[in-house]
Every structure is written in structure tokens, then in C-alpha cells.
Design a protein around this ligand. Structure first.
Ligand code: CP
Length: 336
């Protein structure tokens, strides 16, 4: 089999590629609204999920996206697989590849594991979260949700001038890194709000501002993107207590009152309600958490289409700017 293109980082797409995914996601969102939300676009393709870390949203979202495109799906349950007998990542990946799967959607605790897998397989590799490195499809669905909710589409000036605060545990967050890359590429202004101990060791090359005072930032932003406090990745005490963290960096009900009218609240999930975000804020009308999840399916349909919809000889760039998807036997252009 000829080697397929992969999606490992937001940087693989660039601004043009990100915009292409967002535009295609509009088309696939329309498919998801149909009575029977299924099109034959990827009939005959197989998408395998290989998750070495827990997931609710990402795995189900990719599997739903693949099924809506009529691809077959295969889900390797690591806990009951031969990984438990000591099988290596390479042997596991090569086994899936030998079965002829077209894409491997992988989540792994080691940063860089998906990139390593591309050395061993011909299938497209899609990074569904690797350690503290990246989670590109989360950032794509987040940008799609901002664009949809805040009216940042064509003719609006797009993301230029959009002010986004990413709040909390940036140090351990692959979601943060991917969003910084995506929002930076699209022209948004990003401020990281975190205690010094929860910032990445180096911010060199990151197109961000940094602030440690959430109260100062809150009234001047369009999007408050709250990160999960990733206790499972902390090997030392990085703040005095959960109570103090909430007091200074939590999006509390009181703090959320100072958001501008029309400003929105986002969180990638899963949420620690009562720690980084208050229950009432997470359930408020301007919180987009459920919308993020819903949009994730359309965005992942777009990504699967771009990687698997074109003939394998077509490169990612050509695929990104190539033909429109066949949806139900007719080619549907944007806005159709
Ligand atoms: N946002 C996200 O990656 O969620 P899951 O861990 O549930 O997949």
C-alpha cells in the first residue's frame, strides 16, 4: 500500500489547511442534521482507534465520524489486548497496518508516539492526543465552535482581533498547545492565564501573552477557554491547594459575571466542576461545552475525508484543496 498522509500537529495544516477543515466541517455538519446522518463517502475504508489513555469524547467522536462517512471501524481495547502481554507499540501498529486499515487514530501518554508510528505504517496516523504535546482535532473543533458561535466566517474579518484567554494548567495541556498554534495561525490574540508553576517550561516561539491575574483579563476577552487541571500528570505540588487554585484561577460564578456580553466559555472536557470551573458557569447559556462535543463529529468527518477521501496518491496539500466530497451521490459545494 502507498503511504498515506497523517495529521500529527496543527502545524501540518497551516492556515490554509485549518480553514479548509473548517469549511468542510460546515458541509459535514449539514450531513449530521439529516434524518439519516450517513453518506457513502468513505465506503470501503477502515478506521482503527488505538487509545493507550482513557477517553470519552475523542474516541466516540472519531468512531461516530467514521460511521457517518460509511467507513468500517475497528477499536482496539488496549486493556484486553496483547499490549498486556508486552507487545510493543511497533508490533501493535504493524499488526493493524497488516490488516489493511486505512487510518489509525492513536492516543498515547508519550509525546511523539504518533509520529513514531508513521515510521512503521502506511495507514494515515491521526494524533488523538500524545502526552503533553498536541491534540490537533480538539483545537480544530474549538476553532470551528468559536467561528460558528461568534460569527467569524467569511466576510467578518475572521479570527483577526478575537481575544482568547486560555486559563489554567497550560504546562500539561496538549489542548493548550494545539489551540495556541491554531488560533495563532488564524490571527487571534491569545493570553495564557496561569500560575508560573503551570506554564510550560519555555514559551519561546509561542505567539501568546502571559498574565497571572484572571480578574484583569476577564472583562477584555471574547473567549474564556478553561483548561482541565491535570492532576494525573503532576509529579509534585504545583499550587498550595485546590481551594486556592479555584480562588485565583477558577472561572467562578462571581468571576464569570464580569465577562463581556456575548463572551463565551469553553472547556475541552472532562471538567473538574468546582475546581477550574463552577458548576453554574459550566451549565450557563454562554458555555459551549456541549456544542464543542457536537461539532467534534463534523470536524473529524472533515479530517477523515481529507486524509482518506482522496486517492492515496494525492498528497495532503492536494487533498486539502482538491475536490468536494461526494455526499449521497451528488457533489455538494460549500453552502449547498
Ligand atoms: N477533550 C478530550 O480529549 O476528551 P476525552 O479525553 O474524553 O477524549
Amino acid at each position: 500500500m502507498t503511504k498515506r498522509q497523517s495529521l500529527l500537529s496543527v502545524d501540518d495544516l497551516g492556515r490554509g489547511g485549518i480553514e479548509r477543515v473548517l469549511e468542510l466541517a460546515d458541509t459535514f455538519a449539514e450531513v449530521s442534521e439529516r434524518l439519516i446522518p450517513k453518506v457513502p463517502t468513505l465506503r470501503g475504508r477502515t478506521v482503527a482507534t488505538l487509545f493507550f489513555e482513557n477517553s470519552t469524547r475523542t474516541r466516540l467522536s472519531f468512531e461516530t465520524a467514521a460511521k457517518r462517512l460509511s467507513a468500517d471501524t475497528a477499536s482496539l481495547q488496549v486493556a484486553t489486548s496483547s499490549v498486556q502481554k508486552g507487545e510493543s507499540l511497533r508490533d501493535t501498529a504493524e499488526t493493524l497496518d497488516a490488516m489493511g486499515v486505512d487510518a489509525i487514530v492513536i492516543r498515547h501518554p508519550a509525546s511523539g508516539a504518533p509520529r513514531r508510528v508513521t515510521d512503521w505504517v502506511d495507514a494515515a496516523v491521526i494524533n488523538a492526543g500524545d502526552g503533553e504535546h498536541e491534540h490537533p482535532t480538539q483545537a480544530l473543533l474549538d476553532c470551528y465552535t468559536m467561528r460558528e458561535t461568534l460569527g467569524l466566517g467569511r466576510g467578518s474579518g475572521g479570527f483577526e482581533g478575537l481575544r482568547v484567554a486560555i486559563v489554567g494548567d497550560a504546562r500539561h495541556s496538549r489542548v493548550c498547545r494545539s489551540n495556541v498554534l491554531a488560533l495563532g495561525a488564524l490571527g487571534a490574540t491569545v493570553t495564557l492565564v496561569a500560575p508560573r508553576t503551570l506554564l510550560p517550561a519555555s514559551l519561546e516561539g509561542w505567539p501568546v501573552r502571559v498574565c497571572s491575574d484572571l480578574d484583569e483579563v476577564i472583562p477584555a476577552i471574547d473567549v474564556c477557554y478553561v483548561l482541565r487541571l491535570q492532576a494525573e500528570r503532576m509529579r509534585e505540588a504545583l499550587f498550595p491547594s485546590l481551594h486556592e487554585y479555584r480562588e485565583r484561577f477558577g472561572l467562578t460564578e462571581e468571576r464569570a459575571r464580569h465577562l463581556r456580553p456575548g463572551a463565551v466559555v469553553m472547556h475541552p472536557g472532562p471538567m473538574n466542576r468546582g475546581v477550574e470551573i463552577d458548576d453554574a458557569v459550566a451549565s450557563s447559556a454562554n458555555a459551549l461545552v456541549a456544542r464543542q462535543v457536537r461539532n467534534g463529529v463534523a470536524v473529524r468527518m472533515a479530517v477523515l475525508y481529507l486524509l482518506l477521501g482522496a486517492p492515496v496518491e494525492v498528497g495532503l496539500d492536494e487533498g486539502l484543496f482538491g475536490a468536494e466530497p461526494e455526499l449521497g451521490g451528488r457533489a455538494v459545494g460549500f453552502g449547498a
